[in-house]
Design a protein around this ligand. Sequence first.
Ligand SMILES: *[C@@H]1O[C@H](CO)[C@@H](O)[C@H](O)[C@H]1NC(C)=O
Ligand SMILES: *[C@@H]1O[C@H](CO)[C@@H](O)[C@H](O)[C@H]1NC(C)=O
Length: 384
Amino acid sequence: MFITLMLFLCTSPVPHLVALEEVTSGKVTTSGDDFPPLKNDNVLRAARGEPVDRVPVWVMRQAGRYLPEFQAVRAKHDFFEVCRTPELACEVTMQPLRRFDLDASIIFSDILVIPQALGITVEMKPGVGPVLPEPLVGPADLERLNQTGTMDRLKYVGDAITMMRHMLEGRIPLYGFTGAPWTLMGYMIEGGGSKTMSKAKGWLADHPEASHKLLNILTDQVIEYLLLQVRAGAQILQVFESSAEHLSKEQYLTVALPYLKRIRDDLHRRFAEEGITPVPLTLFSKGAMHSLPEQAATGYDVIGLDWTIDPEEARRLVGPNVTLQGNLDPQDMYKPKEELRELVLTMVRKFGKHRYIANLGHGITPQTPIESMEVLVQAVHDAL
Ligand SMILES: *[C@@H]1O[C@H](CO)[C@@H](O)[C@H](O)[C@H]1NC(C)=O
Ligand SMILES: *[C@@H]1O[C@H](CO)[C@@H](O)[C@H](O)[C@H]1NC(C)=O
């Protein structure tokens, strides 16, 4: 009842909730058995290569700054406070779902929660983005990483996911996600975002052994973290290799892809060992459209595309047995409605209805007009 009530409390950024108490008190198990049955499973069907009722659509960073109600929550709460407080994380996860007929939700969090759990301070600076005031400077700094108790420190993400599954009432599936090892390594060495990744790439050149040690530490954490999310109720996962764009093809194939493949293989082994029904896995390597056949060969169910590749060319490169996700240029969301609609219709028709999940080719940007989201979602559903 409280969960239903929640849906109508749009004006209050932090509605009262009892679901978390139910969850933590053990009244609600996290096995997934007692979650509300899923009504719209088109995303999962598309990911598994099954027929869909309609082309499913969701948007990277759909809970974000382009929504005034998101900004209202952020005006009162620090970014990572929102991530760490399940009631707040669920509230902002829910916000776009109140406005748009989306086919999936994605838990509100940040890729940098793994470095945080390893003991690296991460702050979100308004107008700047994430800042890590004490980055890794040399190989000796790997000693600073505390690999003990990381999943205890990330328990709040699992709590948010379980709460969100109940709040969704089975309407649409819930994505869990993580940053990929190379992308996390980049932030940890650069101390934040970087236009060049020159320090992190410097590590690859000057400290190859320490680089691979760090990538392995991060890979281990990513695997545990994704398992935590699935145990908590995540129904599909996405791995964000957002900084692949800084790597040459050869570097992508040696520094990024082997770890991405280990994540996939180890997860499947652990699913089998622990009796967990496998969930579909999505790989999104922004800027690595040069290696789509190699990505498709890793065994991920879904390959995310940035906007630099034509849908038909991408399909030709990955073959028939992988689902594609993407790939509208986020900048197209600033175009007039009619033009945007035509671009979306053309894109969806090029991908086709089989093994396709519509999305942008990167996260939605803060100044995007809200009406563009309405146009996007409607056009995807109208196209085929
Ligand atoms: C690492 O974390 C564990 C668990 O929180 C804690 O007991 C331990 O003291 C930490 N180790 C270091 C070196 O800080
Ligand atoms: C795709 O999967 C089908 C059915 O499992 C299989 O017969 C076919 O060889 C696969 N195609 C490619 C290109 O891997």
